[in-house]
Design a protein around this ligand. Structure first.
Ligand SMILES: [Zn+2]
Ligand SMILES: [Zn+2]
Length: 210
């Protein structure tokens, strides 16, 4: 399978920043660089991947806090999330201070919408708008690789919190049940925190989806 993934936990929130790449072209993307740039740059160097873009699943500081600095270091564009998270990305510096972190505001080069495609090397991911955890959360699906990146929408055994600004629990459950789970039980997903799982495993055992 040409899709490769390296997980790089970053920030005090142990957020799963990931480097994903196409093994045939060795071109890839950094997903959710929340911070700890030296660790991310180290992983890029270790793998030898040519990073062509930075991708954001949503606007929370643990996912987006390092994006502007990484963009400057690598000279690549930022794609995502959906524009409904703009209000968070504009205020990242203030949010970070509250957590004793450092971050700069982020102005994505491309906002994503439902039905868009995200290219990484020769791989193509479908973009799904999955509001609820944040209004602008997006998920990336490769049906060909049976692989999804869902940010903080769904976790192994849990779902995203909805007590943060403009969170909406009913919308979150709809996003999961109406958009993600119908894609098929066999799809493995990488989430923003904790271990990977599959949509089938969560459909059967996740207590929040009963
Ligand atoms: Zn989040
Ligand atoms: Zn998070």
């Amino acid at each position: 399978m040409p899709l490769r993934v390296a997980i790089i936990p970053v920030t005090p929130f142990q957020q799963n920043c990931s480097l994903i790449w196409d093994d045939t072209t060795m071109r890839g993307a950094v997903i959710d660089p929340g911070g700890d740039l030296p660790r991310i740059l180290g992983a890029i160097e270790e793998t030898g991947v040519t990073v062509e873009k930075i991708v954001l699943t949503h606007g929370h500081v643990d996912h987006a806090g390092g994006a502007t600095e990484l963009k400057e270091r690598l000279g690549v564009p930022i794609e995502g999330p959906h524009a409904a998270d703009r209000f968070m990305l504009d205020r990242l510096a203030d949010t970070a201070r509250a957590f004793d972190m450092e971050a700069r505001p982020v102005a994505p080069d491309r906002w994503l919408e439902e039905g868009d495609e995200l290219a990484v090397g020769g791989l193509v991911f479908d973009v799904l708008h999955c509001p609820g955890h944040s209004p602008g959360s997006v998920a990336f699906i490769s049906r060909e690789q049976a692989f999804a990146i869902v940010g903080d929408v769904l976790f192994r055994g849990s779902v995203g919190r909805t007590d943060l600004p403009r969170g909406d629990h009913a919308a979150l459950i709809r996003s999961i049940k109406e958009k993600l789970l119908p894609l098929g039980d066999g799809i493995a997903f990488l989430c923003g925190h904790g271990p990977m799982s599959t949509f089938g495993e969560e459909r059967e055992t996740n207590p929040f989806l009963r």
